[in-house]
Design a protein around this ligand. Structure first.
Ligand code: FAD
Ligand code: NAI
Length: 463
């Protein structure tokens, strides 16, 4: 007889493994199917964690090369040991994925190793064996979108996975796509010595970002040496032993040009991954962009089958997937959780970091909402000056009538940490004045958040 579970989760990324753990905490008998050798999904294995390890290491290298001298710290000759840097990244990933295995054991979640396929509602087949469950949760994640004519070989033409594994620093790295991955990995290899050119189809980098912040970001990246070719499309790539030649054309049409690179990183977005799940067999419906369609409770059109994370609509972010995992487990346990999609932060972990939550100025304008702006630059923040990291500013958007915080956008040192205060403010429905009247430690970068909140009412103190 097949083994029976309350919940079988397919995919052990941040959405799936968190859902499995939370369901087990709530007393359900849970299995999680994962075909990778290790748990943790894209995020822990080839995404968030390895990229942040390399961002950290390359930042240290750049500091040693260019920043420490200004602090009166003289180091001898600074050398890059790329093999060690990559090995350390592997160690960081290894510790994290083992951590998830430990959490599975602790919470008595069974790891079913192999590819999971739904053979009938309530039945999942893994490695030739059938398992049954009252609830099946699909958390199969996403994969890189391929670019026709630019064949990925993960050596000369790479996705983020190959881009995290380059064994030598390319002389010229061309990044196709000026989004999260392109700018984070572009920054890593630029710091390690590569010339980096970002080719972006639209007229701006990270198009989802508040325009003013996006423009400041572009200027700062340019100052760091990252070249950008906006409004440009890549028509094809030719590989030779020496490198790759890309054929570029202006997005609006016009004369073509060539660009040569040692390595090309294709980072034009990710798409939901549903292959091999048997969705056709059970009739799970997808939307026009290939995402699994769910209702407000993560239920698909097939009773007993749910989906969450990158494979459904919404930002493709690990913390969004995790929150959905918790929410769904609680729904399955009969609770009534609520996830506020208006307060999910996004962070680009470059230096400076760029972080945002809520609506951009352009979105508020498009909705016809009357708003006030409070802005404060890090040049006027004592801590930023002491650190020597004064690029950027905090921008808070508040409702003109009620003063409620509608959005916040930060470019600057540790923006990804600073944004948490404003996420909490939005979650609590706080006003800019609430943030402004909160006592902030001195000297801290957070004081720039307080000052921006004061500036919403035209009463910033230090500018
Ligand atoms: P995934 O993490 O993709 O996990 C899905 C898992 O399901 C995979 O392990 C896959 O092997 C498994 N699977 C699929 N089908 C089956 C099957 N049939 N049977 C068994 N197993 C199956 N997000 C952030 O929030 N912050 C970051 O800093 C960040 N950095 C990133 C950097 C890079 C380079 C990349 C590529 C992504 C990054 N992301 C980041 C995005 C983040 O990784 C994803 O949003 C997140 O992993 C989505 O979680 P998930 O659980 O939905 O899916
Ligand atoms: P992205 O959506 O962030 O950026 C893709 C960029 O490529 C966009 O600017 C888009 O306009 C551009 N583009 C699309 N087609 C193009 C073409 N043919 N030629 C040139 N440019 C083109 O996607 P990315 O960077 O691949 O990352 C995928 C997702 O992974 C992100 O959207 C994000 O959800 C997640 N991620 C999150 C990170 C974080 O939270 N720090 C880090 C890395 C990834």
């Amino acid at each position: 007889m097949s083994e029976a579970f309350d919940v079988i989760v397919i995919g052990a990324g941040p959405g799936g493994y968190v859902c499995a753990i939370r369901a087990a905490q709530l007393g359900m008998k849970v299995a999680c199917v994962e075909k990778r050798e290790t748990l943790g999904g894209t995020c822990l294995n080839v995404g968030c964690i390895p990229s942040k390890a390399l961002l950290q290491s390359s930042e240290h290298y750049e500091e040693a090369l260019h920043k420490l001298a200004d602090h009166g710290v003289t180091v001898g000759s600074v050398k890059l040991d790329l093999a060690r840097m990559l090995a350390r990244k592997g160690e960081v990933v290894g510790a994290n994925v083992k951590g998830v295995e430990f959490l599975f054991r602790k919470n008595k979640v069974t790891w079913l190793k192999g590819e999971g396929s739904i053979t009938a509602p309530g039945t999942v087949s893994v490695a030739g064996k059938d398992y049954t469950a009252k609830h099946i949760v699909i958390a199969s994640g996403s994969e890189s979108i391929p670019l026709p004519g630019v064949e990925v070989d993960e050596k000369q033409i790479v996705t983020s996975t190959g881009g995290l594994e380059l064994t030598s620093v390319p002389k010229h790295l061309v990044v196709i796509g000026g989004g999260y991955i392109g700018l984070e990995l572009g920054s890593v290899w630029r710091r390690l010595g590569a010339e980096v050119t970002v080719v972006e189809f639209l007229d701006r980098l990270v198009p989802s970002m508040d325009l003013e912040v996006g423009k400041a970001f572009e200027r700062i990246l340019a100052k760091q040496g990252i070249k950008t070719k906006l409004k440009t499309k890549v028509m094809g790539a030719t590989k030779s032993k020496k490198g790759v030649t890309l054929k570029l054309e202006p997005a609006a049409g016009g004369a073509a040009e060539e660009l040569t690179a040692d390595v090309v990183l294709v980072a034009i977005g990710r798409r939901p991954f549903v292959a091999g799940l048997g969705l056709d067999k059970v009739g799970v419906a997808l939307d026009e962009r290939g995402r699994i369609k769910v209702d407000g409770h993560y239920a698909t059109n097939v009773p007993g089958i749910y989906a969450l994370g990158d494979v459904i609509a919404g930002p493709m972010l690990a913390h969004k997937a995790e929150e959905e995992g918790v929410a769904l487990a609680e729904i399955l346990a009969g609770q009534k959780p609520h996830l506020n999609y208006g307060a999910i932060p996004g962070v680009v972990y470059t230096w400076p970091e760029v972080a945002s939550v809520g609506e951009t100025e352009e979105q508020l304008k498009a909705r016809g909402v009357a708003y006030k702006i409070g802005k404060f630059p890090f040049t006027a923040n004592g801590r930023a000056r002491a650190m020597g990291d004064m690029d950027g500013f905090v921008k808070i958007l508040a409702d003109k009538a009620t003063d409620k915080v509608l959005g916040a956008h930060i470019i600057g040192p540790d923006a990804g940490t600073l944004i948490a205060e404003l996420v909490l403010a939005m979650e609590f429905g706080a006003s800019a004045e609430d943030v402004a009247r909160t006592c902030h430690a001195h000297p801290s970068l957070n004081e720039a958040v307080k000052e921006a909140a004061l500036a919403v009412d035209g009463r910033a103190l230090h500018i």
